[in-house]
Design a protein around this ligand. Structure first.
Ligand SMILES: Cc1cc2nc3c(=O)[nH]c(=O)nc-3n(C[C@H](O)[C@H](O)[C@H](O)COP(=O)(O)OP(=O)(O)OC[C@H]3O[C@@H](n4cnc5c(N)ncnc54)[C@H](O)[C@@H]3O)c2cc1C
Length: 270
């Protein structure tokens, strides 16, 4: 799987996916058939995350070809992304707390073994290597990976989320952080996602069998509450005449730049 950073390439991939494969999405999307067989999912997330194509044009193109009932799952997944974005935007402290938490977590032996893919769990080790080599993991595998990380390896979810952000081409502050919180049982409080051996066997097409996991762990407890803090839309003309574009927006033509007096581009240096 190759990701090319151009809008025209992204549109070609989107159109090909709609033309050839999307009709199987509802029934096949949960299977991870391995790196050489990804036609059951779109693999569009790096393009969407970096705004080479956006959620609305993607949904519009899909619905031009198929009635909603035939592609409902795909459209719903696209809108999960939009939902996570909005959720985090209204509670920015979730992100700043995540960054603060990371400063206080030590990288011990157990953690180092996990990120080198040297645990006792074969599928987990393979996924670590896949993530590092291909910078992508299937959605179901991300859920299983995060669950094994948190509940079987007993590692802090924050370090797992950081590890994903470091390697994923689609790394996204909202989808990633909130999905990790969801698996841990702190996003939907008290409801954790537990990886189970039968589930791994079924959805990897029997590639991995009899995986030894903690299948009964309780959700992680985090008592911090995050109040909804709606950002203020500033009605003063002067401020609204400025546009700030962040580095993950790779296609600035989505904005009508002529409408703004000042266009600020924001890059993060590492
Ligand atoms: C622990 C964990 C971490 C994740 N981290 C990220 C991340 O950093 N960036 C990211 O874009 N997605 C993340 N996801 C969501 C999802 O796994 C990926 O968006 C999806 O696997 C991308 O592959 P695809 O394009 O083939 O998806 P498809 O299944 O083809 O879905 C189509 C599009 O819908 C959106 N989408 C699909 N599933 C989800 C979902 N569960 N949540 C939000 N949007 C979704 C994506 O934009 C995707 O491109 C994470 C999920 C989990 C469980």
């Amino acid at each position: 799987m190759q990701f090319v950073t151009s809008r025209s390439e992204a549109l070609v991939k989107l159109n090909k996916y709609i033309e050839n494969d999307i009709s199987n999405y509802n029934s096949k999307r949960n299977f991870d058939f391995g790196v050489n067989n990804r036609s059951n999912v779109s693999c569009l997330s790096p393009y969407i995350t970096h705004r080479l194509i956006n959620e609305y044009e993607t949904a519009k193109l899909v619905l031009k070809k198929y009635p909603f009932q035939k592609v409902d799952k795909f459209i719903q997944e696209i809108f999960w992304r939009v939902y996570w974005k909005g959720w985090l935007e209204l509670r920015p402290k979730v992100w700043t707390d995540f960054i603060e938490d990371l400063k206080n977590i030590k990288e011990d032996e157990k953690y180092l073994k996990a990120v080198k893919g040297e645990t006792e769990i074969e599928c987990f080790n393979d996924w670590v290597n896949e993530l590092k080599n291909f910078n992508y993991l299937h959605n179901h595998t991300r859920m299983l990976f995060a669950s094994i990380w948190i509940f079987t390896l007993r590692l802090p979810w924050q370090k797992g989320a950081e590890f994903f952000m470091k390697h994923l081409f689609d790394g996204d502050a909202a989808s990633n952080t909130l999905s990790w919180r969801w698996v841990a049982g702190i996003q939907t409080k008290g409801k954790n996602y537990l990886a189970q051996s039968w589930n791994i066997s079924k959805f990897t097409n029997n590639k991995y069998k009899n995986v030894k996991l903690n299948e009964t762990a309780l959700p992680i407890i985090d008592k911090r509450e995050y109040k909804f803090s709606p950002f203020q839309i500033n009605k003063s003309e002067e401020i609204n005449e400025q546009l700030i574009v962040f580095e993950n927006e790779m296609h600035i033509d989505f904005f009508d730049l002529k409408k703004y007096k000042k266009n600020l581009l924001c890059f993060i240096r590492k």
